[in-house]
Design a protein around this ligand. Structure first.
Ligand SMILES: Cc1ncc(COP(=O)(O)O)c(C=O)c1O
Length: 434
């Protein structure tokens, strides 16, 4: 469709307008693209459609939820919001207070405020600095947009502040190698020494940096960050907006490291993408510090904790648990690996990495084509082959719905492999780009 025919302003993360994909309906993992056939949602919409479209149980939960209570002020509680907060706290390890938000950005914004207010309540008034990773994505609104470190996805690269400091991700951006835990510790301690422990409020980290290029840290990474945060009195905020609710094979990514974060931010898949809902889970001692010192949060968001969203979230959690979907991501991983092994030597590919339902295919400059052009071309061919993937910054990201079946998993993986082979063939024999 010609962009001039719609009043909607649509942009992708890199700022280009993407007017030609209009999705009219969906069934399971399949989306109907206007003018084309159904295509598989290999990135779960925007990494949130964990149980596919039109799931009858989620529709019923939404309908019943709306019939029972169509809205509840964020200054009150509903049965659904109470039940969900108890369920989330249990899933996270118990004794977390749940503060609802409406998007991943707003959950991170809240977590940042809570971290700062907590230190303020305890008399550490200089603790305002937020550390995050240079390849991180934590949202693009409010201060969350400053917590985001990944430059291609940053809203305002020209706005800098001493209160937002970036440290390296676990992967060396120029060599592609992972840093060792010793190197990571040395880098972080050097940064803490430079800024001063007395000024640092919190450290934000994603268990897997998905938007930043599917960066999978070495084993022990979160354990190391946990112990350094304890040592230097820094609140550890784990952003599970993408990784949460089963995508990594456990309910939450941090659980694979056996740690207890000070705060966990949740969004996207919390309602399987059926309703805008997000939350920050706050370790109870932090909540008590604010309460005891009478430091109010004052973050009241009209739509936060909407009872319909909470009802859907409860049902989504029930389905993931009942259908054993966390564990199934490991079986799917084996399938996906077999397909990707066939293409790893292709000259346009720099690296293939991933596990569970989180994969990244990194391209390299080849024959006059930039990695970004190649990734974008592959994404386009994938879509023509009935498979929707996300490309940005020369990397294709894949994270299919948790309830993908084996046939769909094979079809999705084959479509991606075919697209990469076909783009390789089309650029290989050219001496230079036309
Ligand atoms: C890890 C992470 N945190 C936060 C966000 C922001 O969420 P939202 O787009 O709902 O504001 C995202 C979005 O992609 C994300 O991937």
């Amino acid at each position: 469709m010609d962009n001039s025919l719609t009043s909607q302003w649509v942009e992708d993360f890199e700022g280009s307008t993407v007017p030609d994909t209009i999705i009219s309906s969906g069934k399971g993992g399949w989306a109907k693209i206007v003018g084309h056939d159904y295509a598989y949602e290999a990135v779960s919409g925007h990494s949130c459609l964990n149980l596919g479209h039109a799931h009858p149980e989620l529709i019923e939960a939404a309908t019943e939820g709306l019939k029972t209570l169509s809205y509840c002020s964020p200054e009150h509680q509903s049965h659904a919001s109470i039940k969900l907060s108890n369920r989330l706290s249990d899933l996270l390890g118990g004794s977390y207070k749940i503060k609802y938000a409406i998007s991943g950005s707003s959950a991170n914004e809240m977590a940042l405020n809570i971290a700062r207010k907590r230190w303020q309540a305890l008399g550490y008034t200089k603790k305002t600095v937020c550390l995050s990773l240079d390849r991180s994505y934590h949202g693009n609104l409010g201060q969350a947009k400053q917590v985001t470190g990944f430059v291609p996805f940053k809203v305002d690269t020209h706005i800098t502040s001493d209160d937002f400091v970036y440290i390296s991700s676990a992967r060396n951006a120029s060599t592609g190698a992972l840093y060792s835990l010793t190197e990571i510790q040395a880098q972080l301690e050097a940064k803490i020494a430079e800024i001063g422990q007395a000024r640092i409020a919190c450290l934000f980290v994603e268990p897997v940096g998905f938007a930043g290029g599917v960066i999978i840290p070495p084993k022990g990474y979160l354990r190391l960050l946990r112990s350094l945060c304890d040592q230097y009195q820094i609140s550890l905020v784990v952003d599970e907006v993408i990784t949460g609710f089963g995508r990594t094979g456990t309910w939450f990514g941090f659980q694979q490291e056996g740690i207890r974060p000070d705060m966990v931010t949740l969004g996207k898949g919390i309602t399987a993408g059926y309703f805008p809902l997000a939350a920050v889970a706050v370790d109870e001692p932090i909540y008590h510090d604010l309460l005891t010192h009478s430091v109010p949060l004052k973050m009241v968001i009209t739509m936060a904790g909407h009872p319909t969203g909470c009802s859907i979230a409860l049902k989504a959690i029930e389905i993931i648990e009942r259908d054993n979907l966390c564990a199934k991501t490991a079986d799917n991983e084996q399938h996906i690996k077999i397909y990707f092994a066939q293409i790893k030597q292709l000259p346009i590919l720099q690296d293939i990495r991933g596990f569970g339902h989180m994969w990244g295919l990194e391209f390299r400059d080849f024959n006059g084509y930039s990695a970004t052009e190649l990734a974008n071309r592959v994404a386009q061919v994938c879509q023509e082959n009935a498979c929707i993937v996300a490309a940005a910054d020369g990397i294709i990201r894949i994270n299919p719905p948790l309830n993908i079946n084996q046939e769909e998993c094979d079809m999705m993986s084959q479509a991606i492999v075919n697209a990469i082979i076909s783009v390789t063939d089309s650029v290989k024999n050219k001496l230079t780009k036309e």
